[in-house]
Ligand binder design. Structure first.
Ligand code: GUN
Length: 323
C-alpha cells in the first residue's frame, strides 16, 4: 500500500548541503587561504528580488563566505549591465556571479538589440552559479553529467530532494509546469535527460487545458513552477501516489506564501509532496551555496566539472573532488 501525504521538508536536505559547504569553506580557508566570494547584480527595486538577494547574501555570510551586492537603476541599458557583469567576470577576486531575475522588461524581452542572454553570456562558465550562460547550458542540454559546471540551483535542489527522499525517476512520467530559464527549463532537461531518464512532459501557458489535465493525471512526478494566482493544481488533477514537487512561490492576497498545488487537498492524494514555504525554497538557497563553493574551487583549479547525484549530499570533500 502506498502511504499518502508524506511531506518532503526542505530543512534536513538544506542542512546536509550546508554541512558540506561549511566543511569545504573551512578547508579552502585553511589549506588555500581562499574565501569563496559571490557577487550579485540586482537591477531595480522589486521587494521580492530584494528579499531573495538578502537571503542569499545572508546565507553566504552565515556559511563563512563573502558576498558583494551591486545595485543598478532599472533604466540601465542591457549593454551597460552586460559590461558591468563582464567586469565582474574578468575580476579574479570574484568567484561566483548571479544576476537576479527577473530583469526589467527592456532587458528581458526587448523588440531588438541586446537582451538578457547577452548579459548572462558575459559570465564565464566557472563563475555562472545560476547555470544560465551559453558556457553552462550545453552540457545539461546534451546530458553530459560529468561535464556539468553548474546546474541551476532550483534544478540541483530538486535533484537533491529526490535523492534524499528516495524518489526514483527512471521510466517514470514526469510533468514539468512552467518555462522559466532557471527553473522549469533546466528541470525539464534534467529529468528527461540521461541523468534521470524520466519521460518528461513540458506544460506551459500554451498547453490546452484538456491536454494539461490529461498529462497531469498521467504524471508519476509533478514539478511545478508557475507562481500565478491564475494557476492551481487541484487534488482531482493528481494521480493517486504521485510525487509533487512545488517550486513556485507567490505571495497571496492573505499575505502568505503559496505554491501552485492546493497543498492541503493534494497531500491526501500524493505519496510525497513539498510544502510551500519550507519545501524546495531553503534547499535552493543551500544548492546555490554549493555552487558558490564549486565556483571558488573551479577558479582555484581544485575541482573538475560534474556532480555526484547518488545521495542527497554533495560529493566528498575538496580533496576527494580532485579526481
Ligand atoms: N529570481 C528568483 N529566483 C532566482 C534565482 O534562483 N536566481 C536568479 N538569478 N534570480 C532569481
Amino acid at each position: 500500500m502506498v502511504l499518502m501525504g508524506r511531506i518532503m521538508h526542505g530543512k534536513p536536505v538544506a542542512e546536509t548541503i550546508e554541512q558540506w559547504v561549511r566543511g569545504e569553506v573551512d578547508h579552502l580557508r585553511a589549506a588555500h587561504g581562499l574565501v569563496p566570494r559571490l557577487d550579485v547584480a540586482l537591477v531595480g527595486r522589486s521587494a521580492a528580488s530584494q528579499r531573495y538577494v538578502a537571503k542569499k547574501i545572508e546565507s553566504c555570510h552565515r556559511l563563512g563566505m563573502s558576498a558583494h551586492l551591486h545595485t543598478f537603476d532599472d533604466d540601465i541599458s542591457a549593454a551597460e549591465l552586460r559590461d558591468q557583469v563582464q567586469r565582474l567576470s574578468d575580476d579574479p577576486a570574484v568567484h561566483a556571479i548571479l544576476v537576479q531575475l527577473p530583469l526589467p522588461r527592456h532587458i528581458e524581452d526587448p523588440p531588438h538589440g541586446l537582451n538578457k542572454f547577452d548579459v548572462f553570456d558575459a559570465i564565464r562558465g566557472e563563475k555562472d552559479v545560476d547555470g544560465i550562460s551559453r558556457f553552462t547550458v550545453p552540457e545539461l542540454y546534451r546530458a553530459q553529467a560529468d561535464a556539468l559546471l553548474h546546474l541551476p540551483a532550483t534544478a540541483l535542489a530538486v535533484r537533491r530532494m529526490m535523492a534524499f527522499y528516495g524518489v526514483e525517476t527512471e521510466g517514470r512520467v514526469a510533468v514539468i509546469v512552467g518555462r522559466n530559464d532557471i527553473t522549469a527549463k533546466p528541470i525539464h532537461h534534467m529529468l528527461g535527460g540521461r541523468m534521470c531518464n524520466a519521460t518528461a512532459i513540458w506544460l506551459h501557458r500554451y498547453t490546452r487545458k484538456p491536454d494539461h489535465d490529461a498529462f497531469m493525471r498521467a504524471a508519476d512526478i509533478i514539478v511545478t513552477s508557475v507562481g500565478s494566482e491564475h494557476y492551481s493544481i487541484t487534488a482531482e488533477m493528481v494521480k493517486p501516489g504521485a510525487v509533487v514537487i512545488d517550486v513556485a512561490t507567490r505571495v497571496g492576497a492573505d499575505g502568505k506564501l503559496h505554491g501552485d498545488a492546493d497543498f492541503e487537498r493534494v497531500k491526501e492524494v500524493a505519496s510525497l509532496i513539498t510544502p510551500v514555504p519550507k519545501g524546495v525554497g531553503p534547499v535552493t538557497v543551500a544548492a546555490l551555496m554549493e555552487n558558490v563553493v564549486r565556483a571558488a574551487q573551479f577558479c582555484a583549479g581544485l575541482r573538475k566539472p560534474g556532480y555526484d547525484f547518488n545521495t542527497g549530499v554533495p560529493a566528498g570533500t575538496e580533496a576527494a573532488s580532485l579526481r
